[in-house]
Design a binder for this molecule. Structure first.
Ligand SMILES: [Zn+2]
Ligand SMILES: [Zn+2]
Length: 349
């Protein structure tokens, strides 16, 4: 028996021929198992979706209640069986509700981790390594140059700038699902107690986080506030919104962007970001390696990102490794349309 008998890459995503389902399919399919709510992994229009309750709720918020024909929530550590394949979600530490899916069949265990990180995040359950024969990892930051700094120290940089320029508005670009709420929570942990102003695209998702017991403090819609009232405020908005036109609405805006890519100075310059904040929801090089080793796997499959370095590293550790060259993943959340339903309708069969 080969691992490919249980799970294999296909043009629509990872496919399980035994159970006839896909993991994070990039196109509408009959049966989908979803790792987390980001738009490149969780698409609308599937016949049936298996995911954690939080991921299902986030999909409903983004795409509308009719995002799938049917859905079934599974809690972390609980299992369901599809045609003899046992499926169990475990925390991935990426965003609220994010899961690694453990597939067990005839003594073989494969873990598809989706996106994950092993760094501290007050807004979701921490990454749990799961023993397996085959570990499937992304490699968004799969190069040794990527070593993410501590998110708390990056947050401190933002708050220091806020103190230094009390007349200016700090506008922080952050992906609407996960990163935005993590920045809010990190600011609260650092003692920032003023209301945080939020772009309309963040309202529903942030409210859901609060309903799940995540402490984000007082959030206020930025919409409708007068320019004069915005001096000294911190505004969080999706990266897409950080246009010149949007920024012009604020007094002497300082633009910030929270992303692992801010480690690359050229990217920050390209975006015209005043204050790059290196805060990532993906594991860095050390995190990818530590997480892979913690699974005790014999084989590593790398889905997308900088696959080659990780595959090479695995070889030096005596692990079998292969790049899967999956397409359709990465640079995800930016494209996530905050206006729901249209995407769902288009994707429906
Ligand atoms: Zn993601
Ligand atoms: Zn992704």
């Amino acid at each position: 028996m080969r691992p490919e008998d249980l799970l294999r890459p296909s043009p629509r995503g990872l496919y399980c021929p035994v159970g006839d389902f896909y993991i994070d399919p990039t196109r509408a399919v009959d049966r989908a198992v979803i790792t987390h709510g980001h738009s490149d992994h969780a698409r609308a229009g599937h016949g049936y979706v298996l995911a954690t309750e939080q991921t299902l709720r986030l999909m409903a918020i983004r795409y509308g209640e009719g995002f799938a024909g049917a859905s079934q929530p599974v809690a972390y550590g609980e299992s369901v069986e599809i045609s003899g394949v046992r499926l169990t979600p475990h925390p991935a530490g990426h965003v609220l509700g994010s899961a690694q899916w453990e597939l067990s069949w005839r003594g073989l265990t494969i873990v598809a981790s989706g996106d994950y990180k092993d760094a501290f995040d007050p807004t979701c359950a921490p990454f749990e390594p799961v023993r397996c024969h085959v570990f499937i990892s992304e490699a968004t930051f799969g190069l040794p140059v990527f070593r993410h700094p501590d998110a708390a120290s990056e947050t401190a940089k933002l708050l220091a700038s806020v103190r230094l320029f009390p007349e200016r508005t700090h506008v922080v670009g952050a992906y609407s699902l996960g990163k935005a709420q993590r920045m809010m929570a990190l600011m609260r942990e650092a003692g920032f107690s003023a209301p945080i102003l939020i772009h309309g695209a963040l309202e529903a998702i942030s409210a859901y986080y609060v309903s799940q017991g995540i402490v984000l403090g007082e959030l206020r819609p930025v919409r409708g506030l007068k320019k004069a009232d915005l001096a000294g405020a911190v505004v969080i908005a999706p990266p897409m919104a950080l246009s010149d036109l949007f920024l012009r609405g604020f007094p002497e805006p300082v633009s910030a962007f929270a992303s692992g890519w801010m480690r690359v100075r050229a990217r920050a310059r390209q975006r015209g970001v005043d204050l790059p904040l290196v805060v990532s929801d993906h594991a860095d090089w050390d995190g990818l390696i530590a997480s892979t080793l913690a699974t005790g796997c014999e084989e590593l499959w790398v889905t997308h990102g900088a696959e080659d370095a990780l595959v090479h590293w695995a070889g030096t550790k005596g692990l079998r490794a292969r790049p899967l060259h999956m397409v359709g993943y990465g640079e995800e959340e930016e494209e996530a349309a905050p206006a729901p339903t249209t995407e769902a309708k288009e994707a429906a069969p």
